[in-house]
Design a protein around this ligand. Structure first.
Ligand SMILES: [Zn+2]
Length: 320
C-alpha cells in the first residue's frame, strides 16, 4: 500500500484464510492490514483488503479461540516436553488431563507443519539413523490381561525411528512404526525429502539389514553394463548405488545384556572414502550421536521411557 500512514505491523508472514479470496494461501502480497486488538484481547485482528474479511492473527494455531492464557498453554507444553506425563502435568497445573491431551495434539499438529515448512533442502555430510523400542500400553481398563498385552506387543512392536546430522545435532526426521522393510523405506524416504535433491551424505546405521534396500532404492541409478562381445544385444540395465553413496554399519553383538563386540562394515563406497568424511570431524565410524538422541528421547518423552506407567495406547500417541 502506498496510500496513508506507513504500516507499522508486519503482516508478511500471514495469509488470508478465506477460501473464496484470490489471495488465499499467499504470503507477502501486502493485502493484510493490522486492525488492532478486538475487545482488548492479546491478539491482533487482521483485515484482508482484497476480500474485506477479518480474522485473528492466531488462526490455525494452538492459541486460536482459547480463553486460557498463553502462558499456561506454553508452560503445559514445556512441561510435557521435559518428560512429565499427561496426568502429571494436569495435576501440576490443575487442569483436566483431557485438556492437556488436546493441547498436546494441537501443538503436535502445528509443530509437524512447522517442521515441514522449515526443514527442506538441508545439506549435511553425515546422517545417523537408529530405532528405539517404544512399548505401547495394550492394557485397556482390564480389557486385556497383562500377559495377553505382552504377547500382542511382541507380535507388533512399535519403534521410534530417528535420523540426525551428528555434526549440527539437527534432528532430520522422526517417525513411529514397526521394524520392517516397508517402514525402513518410508523412513529413508522421509530423510531423502528433507535433504537437498543433490545431497548424498554418508549414512551410518546399526546392523538392521532393511536399511540397505531402502538406501539403495533412494540413492541408486540405472547403469548400462557393457556388452560382453562386439556384437549382439546390450545386457539389461542394472539398478546400482550412486557412486557418491557412502554407507557404513556399526554391528554390535550383545550377549546377556553385555556388549561383547563392535564391528564396522562398509556397505556402499570404500572404507577410505568413509573415513575421509569422518576425519573432517576427527571421528571414526560410530552411531553414538543418534544413540545419545535416543536417550534424550527416553528422558523427555514420558511415553517412551523405560519402566514408566505413562505409556501410550496407540501409535499416534507416541508420534504426537
Ligand atoms: Zn482475502
Amino acid at each position: 500500500m502506498t496510500r496513508g500512514r506507513r504500516r507499522q505491523v508486519d503482516t508478511s508472514t500471514h495469509f488470508c484464510p478465506n477460501p473464496d479470496c484470490a489471495y488465499r494461501g499467499w504470503v507477502g502480497w501486502g493485502n493484510l492490514r493490522a486492525n488492532g486488538h478486538p475487545s482488548g484481547g492479546p491478539w491482533r485482528q487482521l483485515l484482508c483488503i482484497a476480500c474485506r474479511g477479518y480474522f485473528l492473527e492466531t488462526l490455525g494455531t494452538i492459541f486460536h479461540s482459547k480463553r486460557t492464557s498463553v502462558e499456561l498453554i506454553v508452560r503445559v507444553i514445556a512441561c510435557l516436553a521435559e518428560g512429565l506425563g499427561i496426568r502429571g502435568t494436569a495435576r501440576m497445573f490443575e487442569v483436566d488431563p483431557n485438556t492437556v491431551l488436546q493441547w498436546l495434539v494441537k501443538a503436535a499438529e502445528q509443530l509437524r507443519a512447522f517442521s515441514r515448512h522449515v526443514l527442506h533442502d538441508v545439506r549435511v555430510r553425515q546422517v545417523q539413523l537408529d530405532e528405539v523400542f517404544a512399548l505401547l500400553s495394550a492394557v485397556k481398563d482390564g480389557e486385556v490381561s497383562a500377559a495377553e498385552a505382552i504377547e500382542r506387543l511382541e507380535r507388533s512392536p512399535r519403534w521410534v525411528w530417528g535420523a540426525m546430522d551428528p555434526e549440527s545435532k539437527l534432528l532430520l526426521a522422526i517417525d513411529v512404526g514397526s521394524r520392517t522393510r516397508a517402514m525402513a523405506q518410508r523412513f529413508v524416504h522421509h530423510v531423502a525429502q528433507v535433504l537437498a535433491p543433490d545431497c548424498v551424505p554418508l549414512f551410518l546405521t546399526d546392523g538392521f539389514r532393511e536399511y540397505l534396500t531402502a538406501l539403495l532404492t533412494h540413492y541408486g541409478h540405472w547403469v548400462q553394463p557393457p556388452r560382453r562381445q562386439d556384437k549382439g544385444p546390450f545386457p539389461k540395465p542394472r539398478w546400482m548405488p550412486l557412486p557418491q553413496l557412502l554407507y557404513a554399519q556399526v554391528v554390535k553383538t550383545v550377549r546377556r545384556r553385555r556388549l561383547v563386540r563392535v564391528r564396522h562394515r562398509v556397505v556402499f563406497g570404500t572404507l577410505e572414502a568413509v573415513e575421509q568424511v569422518l576425519a573432517a570431524c576427527g571421528w571414526q565410524i560410530n552411531t553414538a550421536f543418534v544413540e545419545r538422541l535416543n536417550l534424550s528421547l527416553r528422558q523427555h518423552v514420558a511415553a517412551v521411557g523405560r519402566r514408566v506407567n505413562t505409556l501410550c495406547k496407540g501409535e499416534d500417541g507416541v508420534r504426537q
